[in-house]
Design a protein around this ligand. Structure first.
Ligand code: PMP
Length: 429
């Protein structure tokens, strides 16, 4: 036996703050020791002691084909043989950009980055440069990465760790970020009536995945589109999570609304570090070196990341992929809700495409930050640890969405539901 997860975590904390390189990995809100992953395959990963887990985190979204898909691994191997990075253009970047613009309805041009944070940070700068305005509007509990302007009343780790706005974000930046309740169009209209001509952009997660999984109410995204048109603000859909996850063309295709700019990440890198921002040609033409708004990156469009991403996009473009993924996600959610109901535990599920959320609440839907934070955290904690002991790995926080991959077949989903039945029975009893 190698060291336990507890020992590995202790050791990691010597030189890594909190023992992790991204906060939610630390199990801060659920307690206990994080699982140190040695390897992964398909729907499962294995810890350093070869304990197997059915994984519903999938690296927080990218692994839509399952872990270590042979074709993706081969594409990366092939790319690596030709060199890891050149800092000069490659045709693989053109291929990636062509694919993104072909598949994402609103995308005329696109620029690649190395993370979702860079993509949203640069999209905000671009919107400010394009409009000549400084204010941005975002939604409570939406997370757009950790750049200064966007780390205000944010979701995900910021919320899990109880610091939705971070020390170190200058007040002057926070003052330029107005936050509004998600799914509350009335409040958006009120803000615009007051300061609409100062607003460069609205940035929104079209389906929120960073305060669990919260879909937009009918009319909400349309309303944002109208408000932006009326006041000349840029509408940014942050599809880092929803892109190539809720449907092939992202949430914008699923709901039929065209944003001006879109940010991407996760799936488009197939597990390698990638992000992207793109959209209307006249806006994108303002990016350096074409235009005056600066954006750069030593590793942007990295050849291995392009190889993994392009292969992933090709494999998920096969007809029917998202129908199957959606059906599997629905089957999982239906099974979990039925198990909770059978044991009298108030728990509901919400899902779109291949993303889902579990909420311990007696409400019949969760629509915003207040609803999400009012859910029973202790019940989630008990469920999370019960499932972990059963070999099922859900996101270690009640504020994160879960992800189903194409490697989650009937066997994995049935095993998950059976495990949930046992755990929920113990919780009820
Ligand atoms: N936007 C959204 C919607 C996200 O979910 C995330 C990450 N979970 C980001 C931006 C930031 O991406 P990254 O972690 O790659 O910087």
């Amino acid at each position: 036996m190698t060291a336990s997860n507890h020992e590995l975590f202790e050791r990691a904390q010597t030189h890594i703050p909190g023992g992790v390189n991204s906060p939610v990995r630390a199990f801060g809100s659920v307690g206990g020791d994080p699982v140190f992953v040695k390897r992964a395959e398909g729907a499962r990963f294995f810890d350093e002691n070869d304990q197997s887990y059915i994984d519903y985190v999938g690296s927080w979204g990218p692994m839509i084909l399952g872990h270590a898909h042979p074709d993706v691994i081969e594409a990366v191997r092939d790319a690596a043989k030709s060199g890891l990075s050149f800092g000069a253009p490659t045709v693989s970047e053109t291929r990636m950009a062509d694919l993104l613009c072909e598949l994402v309805p609103s995308m005329d041009m696109v620029r690649l980055t190395s993370s979702g944070t860079e993509a949203t940070m640069s999209a905000i700068r671009l919107a400010r440069g394009f409009t000549g305005r400084d204010r941005i509007v975002k939604f409570q509990g939406n997370y757009h990465g950790h750049s200064d302007s966007l780390l205000v009343e944010a979701g995900s780790g910021a919320l899990t760790h109880g610091v939705p706005s971070s020390p170190g974000v200058p007040k002057a930046f926070a003052d330029l970020t107005t936050t509004v309740e998600y799914n509350n169009l009335e409040q958006v209209r009120e803000v615009f009536a007051e300061v609409g001509d100062e607003v460069a952009a609205i940035i929104v997660e079209p389906v929120v995945g960073n305060m669990n999984c919260i879909p937009p109410e009918p009319g909400f995204l349309e309303g944002l589109r109208h408000v932006c048109d009326e006041y000349g603000a840029v509408l940014i859909f942050d599809e880092v999570m929803t892109g190539f996850r809720v449907s092939l063309g992202g949430a914008q295709e699923h709901y039929g609304i065209k944003p001006d700019l879109t940010t991407m990440g996760k799936v488009i890198g197939g597990g390698m570090p990638v992000g992207a921002f793109g959209g209307r040609r006249e806006i994108m033409e303002m990016i350096s070196p074409m235009g005056p708004v600066y954006h750069a990156g030593t590793l942007s469009g990295n050849p291995m990341a392009m190889a993994a991403g392009v292969k992933t996009l090709e494999l998920i473009s096969v007809p029917g992929f998202f129908d199957v993924l959606t059906r599997r996600t629905q089957a999982l959610c239906d099974g979990l809700s039925a198990a909770a109901k059978a044991h009298g535990i108030p728990m509901i599920t919400q899902n779109v495409g291949g993303m889902f959320g579990l909420f311990f609440t007696d409400k019949d839907r969760v629509a915003n930050f207040n609803d999400a934070t009012a859910c029973d955290k202790e019940a989630f904690k008990a469920f999370f640890h019960g499932m972990l002991d059963e070999g099922v790995y859900f996101a270690p926080s009640s504020f994160e969405a879960g992800f189903v991959s194409m490697a989650h077949g009937e066997a994995e989903i049935d095993a998950t539901i059976s495990a949930a039945e046992r755990v929920l029975a113990r919780m009820a009893g």
